[in-house]
Design a binder for this molecule. Sequence first.
Ligand code: ADP
Length: 626
Amino acid sequence: MAKKEFKAESKKLMDLMINSIYTNKDIFLRELISNASDAIDKLHYRSLTDKSVKVKKQDFEIFISIDKEARTLTIRDNGCGMTKDELEKNLGTIAKSGSLSFKEEMDPKKNVDIIGQFGVGFYSAFMVSDKIEVKSKAYGSDEAYSWISSGVDGYEIKPCEKDGYGTEIILTIKENTEDVSFDDYLSDYDIQSLIKKYSNYITYPIKMEVEHRHLKEGTENEYETHKEIEVINDMIPLWKRDKNKITEEEYNTFYSDKFFDYEKPLKVIHTNAEGVVSFNSLLYIPSHASYDYYTKQFEKGLQLYSNGVLIMEKCGDLLPDYFSFVKGVVDSPDLSLNISREILQQDKNLKVIAKNIETKIKKELTTMMTEEKENYAKFWESFGMQIKFGIYDSYGMNKDKLVDLLIFPTSKDKDYISLEEYVNQMPEDQTSIYYACGETLDKIDLLPQVERVKEKGYKILYCTEYVDEFALKTLDSYQDKKFVNVSKEDLNLDTEEEKKALEKMNEENKDLFTLMKEEIKDINEVRFTNRLKTHPVCLATVGDISIEMEKALNAMPVDQKVSAQKVLEINSNHKIAKKLQELYKKDKEALKDYTKILYAEARMIEGLPIENPTELASLICEKLSE
Ligand code: ADP
């Protein structure tokens, strides 16, 4: 029988695929197993609707065998099989159905994921095979046919011998090359791993003859082997099982097996959604951030299955960035198996699933926050930063969704509080939400500015991460209460009388402050304040940039220097206030030195560097020796 040529575009496409070194070759097995499973599905369905079809569900199987000498890998199924015509029609053309657009998009220079894009499942086997033989007998027929091809140069169909109905695909595996060890596809172990990785949850048993080696009885170092047929796949995925019958242990084992995290997850979210788009999902909130979580290398995403067949290892479109810590799998019958990342992004069903998943995660986190405070605190310590990034990212586009997930410590004992709780606990006279920034909770607790606010009976949100203040600035307010940094110049904590008295005092000492300001260039103003209870000095800021923001922005790898507009505030009730007034009258030179020391103190308290520590040290010693 004469060799037939593939259709022109099929030829081009096949050529491209065979020579594409970028495509993940492993997936050919998944494609063939998935075809086998579809063929069994078809026959199964027929048996349910046509009494003359007599097959038993328990007999269905996919059998994989390896012949190392002959270099063949065989995938056999007892599904519907193909007639001669069907072999011709199905395997003679690549990408028959609806994907003719590939002609336009086929550009060999563009490293396109052809397999994914055009549904050329079967042909992916040419990536690993020199020759493919497909022997098939349609159910109910007694003629079997063989389709043979060595790739681009065409195929041949001829009658053959075959026991039983179904299809047998015999791949003659390529010889090793410098870059690729094709021998792996002839290794029992590697093939088993591929089955487990990509086809574990195919609902029919995938069987292999597995060799076992054990000590010969009565000997100490002599081994014997025996072969046994084993089912390699699990068949029923955990996510499709009844939630009520799954133990915590099963959930956790699945998690550690699949995501290589040996710490128990904080939360399992198992969903079976039926509706316009149906899907099962099994999501996990890890109990800690992986070592690469906050790095560029980290790639978010969920494993995506289409009816039990893995189609994507990490589907990033299923998770928003602010929930990128979530791990898990999604399985939906409403997604096509052969779909590329680019096409998937626009898939309507995928968007519905993603939205649904986001809602689930948020709901679960909200519940955890109110009902399992300890767990939520643990979660927060690992992933709170990501949520806060989410608030200020994209110009605050998602802030409303995330604001109620925020918690902050309100003291050095880490008493976490949500914004809602904060507002509910506000004394009647409090109008703003106060926060303070610093390196650690202890340091914030000792900030001079904190003291007075606390004394008023107001709680303060403690911000130790540089993203905190950016997030709060993005939010601007919560339930109409403005967020106010305790270091901001005017906190408005004083009574009218106190305010007036302070104003008067500042007015009277104007010349003193002018002189002091001359001594320190990078300061906007010097003045007395009421905000400090026992401490002598502090730095306040005017305008939008706080001292913590100055630190954060200057730590970023950009050239421009940012600087907060600082005000040196001196406690009007402290002894030092009087001392300065005295010096102004009696000893202006000493006043200058005092000013330098006070400013250095204020910077130190804020964790800002001292410009010239040596000079400062001498100056202090001089004063001490007087
Ligand atoms: P797809 O599976 O995306 O349709 P393939 O190129 O993998 O594309 O397969 C083409 C067609 O060949 C299938 O649609 C199916 O009709 C037929 N086919 C492939 N493998 C088998 C099999 N094991 N048994 C029966 N038919 C098969």
